[in-house]
Design a binder for this molecule. Sequence first.
Ligand SMILES: Cc1ncc(COP(=O)(O)O)c(C=O)c1O
Length: 390
Amino acid sequence: MYRNLDMGKKQLKFNSRTIHGGQAPDAAYGAVMPPIYQTSTYAQSTPGGHKGYEYSRSANPTRTALESSLASIENGNYGLAFGSGLAAIDAVIKLLSPGDEVISTSDLYGGSYRIFKTIFEKYGIVFHFVGMQDTVEIAKHISVKTKLIWVETPTNPMMNIIDIKSVSQLARKHKILLAVDNTFATPYLQLPLDLGADIVMHSATKYLGGHSDVVLGALVVRDKELAEQLYFIQNASGAVCGPMDSFLVLRGIKTLHVRMQRHCENARAIAEFLANHPKIENVFWPGFPDHPNHEVAKRQMKDFGGMISFVPKGGHYQEAIKIVEKLQLFTLAESLGGVESLAGHPASMTHASIPKEVREKSGVVDALIRLSVGIEDKEDLIEDLRQAIE
Ligand SMILES: Cc1ncc(COP(=O)(O)O)c(C=O)c1O
């Protein structure tokens, strides 16, 4: 049974919904923030006589508050929160059966590639990894066995943009489910369900949580039957998040809109700095008018996000390593989307689980550096990059 709350807040605009969507003061004492219901079980007056909650794998009031907020900010009807982004992905693929086929973005988070290839292929699910900027390429792989299209946009780490609306039209025509990993963009920048997707997925570890202090995953859908199927998997497989983590992400969501605004503003300044620097070969950021998918990004996104990848001149691995080691304000670390700026080396970190020849086909070369631009003063961030590069 669902516990998502509507609270009649659907008519609010996005920024108001990040704060109020699906939320109401706690029934017991009027606490404005939902209490952290750190409990596994709930007293019953008679078997089945409970107040809506029986056992915290099935539902927990703090998780409900988060799931309601997630549904609200993604313009969905049902939110489901999991122990990590990968646990949320795991639940989506468990909708499928042996013999079913999935068409996935080729340039995607290494962990998504790993769970598809090394876990689910063993159970007879077939994955096709396709460059999705052109829907013709997707269409070539569709058969009666295709049950799911998996889109990540902007892609991680190459910042390609996939036209969700065009892919959704294709998916609908063939009655294929469309899932979109909205981790990089967040609902502040793009709303996949409005563009025709069936499932939105998040590593809420990133921008939704926003403070690098929690690992959590999420799914949002509109269709009741699909929600019931995913809820069944969530409860039956049990990869739920705890109440403390739910609370942290809920708190993060309340400032998502102001943080995203600053992430985008800082990333723009840094992308321009890098593009004009003589020691930089290539900068991947969808806000550049000459980015191959700039027009789609402009149409589909409110701004261009806080993620940038770049390759130093010469394209040497050693040069990239020297730069990331010299950074001082940017921390060399896995993950992204927090208030602090992070730098990563995808080939040896986030994308190390993808074989070299596969990742290089999508441009993830050994010299690529990925930045998650935080919300510090942009002048300080640029100065840090300048000293590391020069
Ligand atoms: C785009 C994307 N999707 C999914 C995930 C997996 O999420 P988690 O680390 O919360 O399991 C990540 C993690 O980096 C990611 O960047």
